[in-house]
Design a protein around this ligand. Sequence first.
Ligand SMILES: [Mg+2]
Length: 230
Amino acid sequence: MRIARLVLFDIDGTLLSSGRRGLGAFSEAMRRTFGTDGGIETYRFEGKLDPVIVADLMRGAGIPDDVVAARRPAALELYLDLLEEALAEEPPKLKPGVADLVERVSSSPAAVPALLTGNVQRGARIKLSAAGIWDRFRFGVFGDEASRRVDLGPIALTRALERTGRAFSPAETVVVGDALADVECGKAIGARVVAVATGRTTAEELRAAGADVVFPSFADVASACEAILA
Ligand SMILES: [Mg+2]
């Protein structure tokens, strides 16, 4: 019998890319809400939580904290409305091998595929629905549930128990991601980290950060699946 696995997937850079359309929706929502996008073009998004990205950008642009706090919920809702429209026109592209990999993991009787992402829940649903894989995941932990990504890991373990009735040990848990923050988050709960260099972080950087296995992409689906379920 296979050993049970809780598999926590990051979204952006790992499963898919929303490309310029995602960035454009974010930028427009910030400009309409705060009058500036805070220099979004040079901001490093990867591994960060969406509500924190708004606060970082707007603080950097000199918007007072109380204004940021008051307008952030509306800014995020507007971003999601614009994102939904944009992705309906042009769906996000799944990264190489991802469709097959997610299918294999979700059909493995031993595995519980779930999400651990900086997207807020509606954002995750918009992106993954547009890409046709939202229903493959049993549950998720999202960017508005903590202020740091590393704090999402323990929530994922608790939620896995609530949703499946099974307590997953760290050794039975795998974090799959493309950013240094994913590696840090996985290590913090003692999980194995399977990293993929399809985002903006190189394989060398991911390895140096302590990822247990690093793939250039998931194009070699059989190897990726073996590493995740091993
Ligand atoms: Mg990512």
